[in-house]
Design a protein around this ligand. Structure first.
Ligand SMILES: Cc1cc2nc3c(=O)[nH]c(=O)nc-3n(C[C@H](O)[C@H](O)[C@H](O)COP(=O)(O)OP(=O)(O)OC[C@H]3O[C@@H](n4cnc5c(N)ncnc54)[C@H](O)[C@@H]3O)c2cc1C
Length: 486
């Protein structure tokens, strides 16, 4: 039976950072269920000289260890003009809203979160407080107290901020987002969001992979399906399913660094560790309680820009609730070919509130963000169909003929249907607490020695849900193993 000192489960940023840290001296193998390395960091070629990220897109915190590496790899966009750019804010009937008004609303939203956080501090401890119970109400009171905002915009602006928050926090609904834990969240140190150049995150994955001494150490298309501690031998037995060869194989090791997503653990934890009752007991609540939501992108690539040259984003304010734009023949055809209920068009159109203009390229690219239930809906239809709805929604709000500038390519992510991810990243739900986070991180030591170390985005204490979290937890788990081995 093949033996390795360490088996790393998962070849996302956490697993790759662990491999880099273990270095040449340790005999390790990295097992990855999919056919590529990077996991939720997935860069695809969209056009000649343009790669786009279907997962993580920003480097968070310009004082972080991860940022330093990305900077050295010259991956970061040095966008001096970015400060002059602003959002195009437009309503259903094509009215443009002054972006300063949106800035004011953003300030109100942020202050409402602060107020709500202070208020929730005073709540009885142990009582979970949902984001939805406080923030939107406080926000609406602020809008009411300010004469700048027309009454008819209260609802659409609140709806926009709620959708943005659902997208950022990546929760199923704001009623499920734990306000107390939300306020305890700390961003990676430094400037929050930093854009990447046209190469996306790819150079980071290649850089981390370059530390793996030879390809024998990487097993792609291999899923770890069962783990058992052999108490007599004091070793771990790891059953692996190779989906290409359609073979099962068992390996033996001393330690595991486990980096799979929380979404994957929610589905498979009990099966994989069925023999390890203490471990099941230890982590069951954490895995059940901590939230794992879905965030998806639809990327529209155009030949020509049809939005304002200096716009860095497009915000759609849905001022007419049940409004549906006049569909083009192309969209009608796609609907009837797929026998699709037209209500899907409405759901997707209403779910779209925010698009980024990709700053790293002269090619016109819009990144449309979907959170909450619409993020799952869009996974069930083709790129062409969903892309066409996004395109026509944007055109209808901007009052542009939808046939004049059709997208030349559409890309769509599918993080929920990906069976090795089952969503995008973690958040604290109203059922979870700091204690659950701690339980998720705790290593498993059946014989008093830490045998299975848990790493990955969701196990970071402060800034879970980020690439930084994946990188740091993978690095730390490997350092811990080095200290045990040596
Ligand atoms: C749409 C989207 C946008 C995001 N935007 C940002 C952003 O802008 N900035 C940011 O910092 N973060 C962002 N994130 C979050 C960031 O991508 C993740 O936090 C990070 O990449 C997680 O890395 P990881 O190594 O912990 O997990 P993963 O990347 O999920 O790696 C785990 C790996 O384990 C593999 N695996 C699963 N099960 C098994 C098994 N049984 N056996 C073997 N292998 C297995 C999976 O295939 C996967 O490759 C975003 C995520 C998404 C989805």
């Amino acid at each position: 039976m093949e033996y390795a000192q360490v088996i790393i489960v998962g070849g996302g940023i956490s697993g790759l950072a662990a491999a880099k840290t273990l270095g040449h001296a340790v005999k390790y193998v990295l097992i990855e269920a999919q056919d590529y390395l990077g996991g939720r960091v997935l860069t695809v070629d969209a056009a000649p000289d343009l790669a786009v990220d279907m997962g993580a897109q920003y480097v968070l915190g310009d004082k972080s260890a991860l940022y330093k590496i990305c900077d050295e790899l010259k991956m970061l966009l040095d966008d001096d003009d970015a400060d002059d750019d602003e959002a195009v804010v437009v309503t259903t009937d094509g009215k443009t809203i002054n972006s300063e008004l949106m800035d004011k609303a953003t300030d109100f939203w942020e202050r409402s979160i602060d107020d709500a956080e202070d208020k929730s501090d005073g709540q009885q401890s142990g009582l979970a407080v949902s984001f939805a119970d406080f923030v939107p109400k406080v926000f609406q009171r602020r809008l009411l107290s300010c004469s700048l905002f027309p009454r008819e915009l209260f609802g659409p602006i609140t709806d926009y901020f709620m959708k943005s928050e659902m997208t950022d926090a990546n929760c199923i609904s704001l009623s499920d987002l734990n306000l107390i834990e939300y306020s305890n969240y700390e961003d990676p140190p430094g400037e929050y969001e930093n854009d990447l150049k046209y190469t996306g995150y790819r150079p980071l994955v290649n850089y981390l992979k370059s530390f793996i001494p030879n390809d024998q150490r990487i097993r792609l298309n291999c899923e770890v399906v069962r783990v058992k501690f052999l108490s007599t031998e004091r070793k771990l037995s790891v059953e692996i399913h190779d989906s290409q060869k359609q073979q099962k194989k068992t390996m033996i090791c001393d330690h595991i660094i486990w980096t799979t997503s929380l979404g994957y653990l929610k589905e498979h934890f009990h099966r994989i560790f069925a023999d390890e009752h203490d471990l099941l007991r230890q982590k069951q609540n954490a895995i059940t309680n901590i939230g794992f939501g879905v965030l998806n992108k639809v990327i529209l690539i155009y030949k020509k820009k049809f939005w304002r040259q200096s716009a860095n984003s497009i915000i759609l304010l849905h001022t007419q609730e049940n409004h549906l734009f006049e569909m083009s023949d192309t969209l009608r055809q796609l609907l009837s070919n797929g026998s699709i209920d037209p209500s899907v068009v409405q759901e997707v159109a209403h779910g779209l509130s925010y698009c980024d203009v990709l700053p790293c390229t002269d090619i016109p690219v819009l990144v449309c963000w979907f959170g909450g239930p619409a993020a799952i809906t869009i996974e069930n239809f083709t790129e062409q169909f969903i892309g066409q709805i996004c395109h026509e929604t944007i055109c209808s709000y901007l009052k542009i003929d939808q046939d004049r500038y059709p997208p030349v390519r559409v890309l769509k992510s599918g993080w929920h249907n990906n069976k090795y991810t089952r969503g995008s990243y973690s958040y604290h739900s109203v059922r979870s607490s700091k204690q659950d986070g701690k339980q998720l991180r705790i290593p498993y030591a059946p014989d008093g020695i830490q045998r299975i170390l848990f790493a990955g985005e969701a196990t970071h204490e402060q800034y879970y849900a980020s690439v930084n979290a994946a990188f740091e937890t993978g690095t730390q788990a490997a350092k811990k193993i080095l200290s045990i081995i040596n």
